[in-house]
Design a protein around this ligand. Structure first.
Ligand SMILES: Nc1ncnc2c1ncn2[C@@H]1O[C@H](COP(=O)(O)OP(=O)(O)OP(=O)(O)O)[C@@H](O)[C@H]1O
Ligand SMILES: [Mg+2]
Length: 473
């Protein structure tokens, strides 16, 4: 490829020739003529930058090659395309390059390998392209993409998009996961390093697989969502008593998908406007979590009653607080379309307290009940805590029978299996679990009978009143 540099090279050597002539003349000419020639040569040097610019225009006019620049900064903002291109080129270059530079970059998992040279070749649909990382004298960096004008439509319509998409994907994969939590209408960032995974999550294996399949289908569903004309988002409602793993499951979801988590505390958000601000500044490929949604302000009121309120009352409410309609607007209204690939998770201990509008199908696509520990879930915890991979420990049968009649949360069960001083004692832990289950079983049965007796007494009382009323009449 004939590049601009070649033209500039010949211009430079002509100028060097001129300098040589000037130096020779200086030695032989009288003083007054020396001054005149000096002025002439100085003006020639000044013309150099003009020639350079002219040469640039000239070569770009006649050159069959097209150049596109991707600067690192756009004004004061970081250009995301630049970092995506960088990630793409790094991934492309490392296999073939002999000279690599390894560095530990903040916010990435492990070492980052980069080619030391700044020019990289690539090929797309049979067309060659050249990438060059250039730094201006002011220190501004940019990626320069050069390709033949024959490839213009392919490169501009699909190659650049492909590079940016691939790079963004790699960029997010390499990035450390983040946990964002809001303080009023500002997100605070922390590293997210929760070890939870679906492998160690205790629940019925079939149900677990169903959730994993659903999540994977979602992240691979870009084309499908486009086809059906729906925003690429999915809502999960996790409900169940405290300690059944709702928060743990969110962490497992984030680890499975490599998504960031936005932990949204609605009680500290002033109004719908702030909510909008928060939600529109979330990144794609993230899970937006609202824990204990039943405890969030103004979200559980009966909408029918609300609809009956006078218009101005409704409006003043919207200005001063986060309302159900504000949240619904985001979930399936116009705000859901301002970002792609998002998951929304609500958790609650009290499903019945929630407004049906909030959790109807389409908004919350999947409802997941997390409940007391079953035998299947116990086996996962036994594997996690006691390294018991075999399903047939002699004490398992007794535990199975006890679990059928006892309500114990995975959190409580895990606590009894937790090794003291990190020394695993399988029989000791299982025996202590049996004792705990027996105690809980007795207590729960007593409670059950007492409750039943109370109900019976109430019924009996009603019957007596009714009977006496009947006998009087
Ligand atoms: N299904 C589960 N599988 C594995 N561990 C679990 C499970 N459920 C709970 N745990 C353990 O119990 C602890 C508490 O669970 P978690 O905080 O997820 O419960 P939760 O349902 O979110 O409770 P809350 O309603 O009080 O917020 C976790 O740290 C985890 O170790
Ligand atoms: Mg929780």
């Amino acid at each position: 490829m004939m590049m601009k540099g070649d033209t500039l090279g010949s211009l430079g050597s002509s100028l060097a020739g001129l300098f040589f002539i000037w130096a020779t003349i200086q030695r032989v000419l009288p003083d007054h003529l020396k001054i005149a020639t000096k002025e002439f040569f100085l003006s020639a040097i000044q013309q150099f930058s003009f020639f350079q610019r002219l040469s640039d225009h000239f070569t770009s006019f006649f050159s069959p090659y097209v150049e596109i620049n991707f600067p690192e900064l756009q004004g004061l903002q970081f250009n995301q395309a630049y970092s995506a291109i960088n990630a793409y080129l790094v991934s492309k270059g490392i296999d073939k390059a002999n000279r690599l530079r390894a560095s530990q970059v903040r916010d990435t998992k492990g070492l980052v390998l980069k080619r030391e040279d700044t020019t990289k070749n690539d090929e797309y649909k049979g067309f060659k392209v050249w990438w060059k990382n250039v730094t201006s004298p002011d220190g501004d960096k940019s990626y320069q993409l050069t390709f033949h004008s024959r490839a213009r439509s392919v490169i501009t319509t699909s190659y650049i998009q492909y590079v940016v998409e691939e790079g963004t994907l790699l960029h997010t994969k390499n990035k450390k996961m983040k946990l964002f939590s809001n303080e009023k209408s500002i997100w605070r960032i922390n590293d997210f390093e929760h070890p939870a995974s679906f492998r160690t999550f205790a629940m019925d294996p079939e149900k677990k697989q169903e959730i994993i399949d659903d999540l994977l289908a979602f992240i691979n569903g870009k084309e499908y969502y486009k086809k059906i004309g729906k925003a690429w988002k999915r809502g999960y409602l996790l409900y169940g008593p405290p300690g059944t793993g709702k928060s743990t499951m969110i962490a497992a979801m984030a680890n499975l998908l490599n998504y960031c988590i936005y932990d949204l505390d609605l009680t500290s958000v002033h109004n719908n406007l702030d909510l909008k601000k928060l939600l529109t500044t979330t990144f794609s490929r993230s899970i937006i979590v609202i824990e204990d949604i039943d405890c969030s302000v103004n979200l559980t009121g009966n909408r029918i009653q609300k609809d009956n309120l006078r218009m101005n009352e409704e409006q003043s409410k919207e200005v001063n607080s986060v309302t159900l309609s504000g949240l619904l607007n985001f979930i399936d209204g116009i705000w859901s379309a301002c970002g792609q690939e998002r998951i929304i998770v609500f958790t609650t201990n009290h499903l019945q307290k929630l407004d049906p509008a909030l959790i109807r199908r389409g908004r919350m696509d999947m409802r997941i009940e997390l409940s007391y520990c079953t035998y299947e879930a116990f086996k996962v915890l036994a594997k996690n805590y006691l390294d018991l991979c075999d399903d047939h420990h002699p004490l398992f049968e007794k535990i199975k029978t006890l679990l059928e009649g006892t309500m114990i949360t995975p959190a409580d069960l895990a606590e009894t299996l937790m090794a003291r001083n990190q020394i695993i004692d399988v029989d000791g832990s299982l025996n202590s679990l049996i004792q705990t289950l027996e105690r809980m079983n007795n207590y729960q049965r007593r409670q059950h009978y007492e409750h039943k007796e109370k109900q019976d007494r109430k019924k009996h009382k009603k019957y007596n009143i009714f009977g006496s009323l009947c006998s009087k009449s």
